[in-house]
Design a protein around this ligand. Structure first.
Ligand code: NAD
Length: 409
């Protein structure tokens, strides 16, 4: 690495030589990753797996409280499938911050082994130690889990039913600018270089995932976002791959947008309702999902998924809210976000009808009818009461009629 202190001792040719060495190492690592992806497994086919094992991780803080309620509703909508042995729920222990600190590992080996025995995971929030916390400074268990289980897609739905917004973002999670974000290079004191990577395999697996979601859920449009007019090589590859994959889905309309125009279109009230599934490289995904989330009120309105070919993990978008636990308010935590993650899990493993019912009930209970109010405090309902309300709503014979009556347009 070039250090400013060495200015006098290093000429330009030497600086370039060092940069080339650094670059060569990065290329070797990335080509190895490409080989691994090429040799990688096929997509899990849940229609052929029996039982589908759903691992449940309660997590830290309010995690066990909200996860328990999400699971109660999950078990309710899957009663038949569980009774028939098609689905099995498995409690995964050992991932609380106390246990991780004891093992001095972000993801203790026995827990990783237990996670790998599951097909999909519903996960409560996990505390990541920060400076000043009473815990050792361990890596984020979430980051570790994404890497160990190769969860390359971050999937974030954004729904604002009263405005007709129903988007789902497929953000690539292992490439782009971020994967080598800490491996940039100061060639000289004045010249800094970072690296952006897109591989054919990495682009193809995320684009295909987005199209498969559209196909499974009867959605007729997929939009890709790049800046391929300027970032011609890497974004060009992403776009070219998306166009090629789109040909395998002739019933789904495919279009592509530049990230700046898309950022504008998402605030265009006339046009934004038309977008459905949006697939994009890492950096654009990070920015646009934050922009999109601004339209959506509160933590209760979305869950999040991290998807790989073999494993998938579904979680709330918020954290473990330790203060709520310290103040004795954990039973009053809102379980909606992890419930929405459970809906995503159901869709992912192919139980679309059950997912639909669970989701319609969440919309009715949390966004429209609101007979049970959650305030996060004892002046509001408990998460358990809210879960009872959701199940009662699912049972109601006119759930769909009620849900439709709340939809705009
Ligand atoms: P947080 O989301 O846990 O809490 C922020 C505030 O939001 C809370 O004080 C609470 O008032 C409110 N809140 C959050 N969820 C709620 C719910 N379900 N019901 C009612 N109110 C709710 O954010 P934070 O304080 O920044 O993070 C706490 C811990 O969670 C940190 O250790 C962080 O690393 C971790 N975290 C984990 C994940 C994850 O596991 N994916 C995500 C984000 C944060």
């Amino acid at each position: 690495m070039y250090h400013s202190g060495k200015v006098g001792s290093m000429n330009q040719a030497e600086a370039i030589e060092m940069a080339l060495d650094h670059f060569a190492k990065l290329l070797e690592e990335q080509l190895k990753r490409v080989d691994q992806m090429k040799a990688g497994e096929d997509w899990a086919d849940y229609s052929k797996i029996k039982p589908i094992v759903v691992g449940v991780v309660g997590g830290d803080g309010i995690g066990p409280y909200i996860t328990k309620e999400a699971v109660r509703v999950l078990e309710y909508v899957l009663q038949k499938e569980i009774a028939e042995g098609k689905v099995q729920l498995k409690d995964i222990k050992g991932l609380t911050i106390e246990e991780r600190a004891k093992a001095m590992k972000a993801l203790p080996e026995d827990v990783l082994a237990a996670l790998k025995e599951c097909h999909v995971i519903l996960k409560g929030p996990l505390t990541t130690p920060k400076k000043g916390d009473p815990w050792p400074n361990l890596e984020s268990a979430n980051v570790s889990m994404r890497r160990e289980l190769d969860l390359f897609a971050n999937v974030r739905p954004v729904k604002v039913p009263e405005q007709g917004i129903d988007w789902i973002f497929y953000r690539e999670n292992t490439e782009g600018e971020y994967v080598l974000g800490s491996k940039g290079f100061n060639v000289t004191e004045d010249l800094a270089v970072d690296f952006k990577i897109i591989t054919t395999q990495g682009a193809e697996r995320i684009v295909r995932l987005a199209f498969e979601y559209a196909k499974k859920n009867g959605i007729k449009r997929v939009s890709a976002v790049t800046k391929a007019n300027v970032i011609k090589t890497t974004d060009g590859k992403f776009l070219e791959t998306a166009r090629r994959v789109a040909k395998d889905y002739p019933d789904i309309q495919f279009d592509d947008w530049f990230v700046d125009i898309m950022a504008a279109k998402l605030v265009d009230e006339k046009r934004r309702k038309d977008f459905k599934v949006i697939v994009l490289p890492n950096l654009y995904g990070d920015i646009l999902t934050d922009e999109a989330a601004e339209f959506q009120g509160g933590v209760g309105t979305a869950g999040s998924a991290n998807i790989g070919k073999r494993y998938a993990m579904f979680e709330a978008i918020h954290g473990s809210a330790p203060r709520m636990v310290q103040e004795g308010r954990a039973p009053y935590a809102d379980p909606s976000s992890i419930m929405r993650a459970a809906v995503m899990l159901l869709r992912h493993i192919g139980f679309v009808d059950q997912a639909q019912k669970y989701e319609m009930a969440l919309d009715v209970c949390g966004q429209f009818e609101k007979k049970v109010a959650l305030t996060g405090r004892s002046d509001g309902a408990t998460g358990a009461k809210f879960a009872d309300y959701v199940m009662e709503t699912i049972r109601s014979p006119d759930l769909e009629k009620k849900w439709r009556s709340y939809q705009r347009g």
